[in-house]
Design a protein around this ligand. Sequence first.
Ligand SMILES: NC(=O)c1ccc[n+]([C@@H]2O[C@H](COP(=O)([O-])OP(=O)(O)OC[C@H]3O[C@@H](n4cnc5c(N)ncnc54)[C@H](OP(=O)(O)O)[C@@H]3O)[C@@H](O)[C@H]2O)c1
Length: 174
Amino acid sequence: MENVALVLVAAVAENGVIGRAGGLPWRLKSDLQHFRTLTFGHPVLMGRKTYQSIGRPLPGRTNIVVTRDRSFCAPGLIVAPNLEAGLEAARGDALRRGVDAIMIIGGADIYAQTMPLASRLEITRVHAQPTGDALFPPIAETEWRETARREGEASAQDEATFTFISYVRAANTP
Ligand SMILES: NC(=O)c1ccc[n+]([C@@H]2O[C@H](COP(=O)([O-])OP(=O)(O)OC[C@H]3O[C@@H](n4cnc5c(N)ncnc54)[C@H](OP(=O)(O)O)[C@@H]3O)[C@@H](O)[C@H]2O)c1
């Protein structure tokens, strides 16, 4: 995608879980702030289920939702009928905004389809083992190189401790 990178942004438990019953399996206020800092001013691309779990367009970002449901619409969104169209809309928006990244914000279905195209991962590793029905794809050590790591500072409104980890695609992989 020329000079616009695809970045997957996710909070992932130690067992790979990212979601349960259509929502998040934890309450982590500090991670929501981190998520806002990472994504603000960028196009954010998500699946229809993640959009419905958030329930509204995220302010300060161009919200692109992919769905196969031709009748789906909601104010404040760009709706795309497939991933390619969603990425194309996101790329145009990134170029207009003068930013160099499209933020892919889930859920499991969308992460699985976009991981092969991504050049960066921004992972909040949540130090918990919740039950759940939505998983992040495995982060293969041979494909991804860790470039930054910072311990989160859990507040009273965080149900777990967490570490912010950045990865870039290792040079020898596609
Ligand atoms: N921990 C985190 O960081 C994080 C982040 C995001 C989400 N989550 C969690 O993840 C869960 C949701 O994930 P999910 O995998 O169930 O759903 P999802 O990825 O959010 O959305 C899946 C939906 O997106 C649409 N879609 C997917 N691929 C498409 C394609 N190629 N073309 C057109 N439409 C496509 C389909 O919508 P239609 O069915 O309408 O056609 C599909 O049902 C929730 O529990 C949520 O809370 C966690």
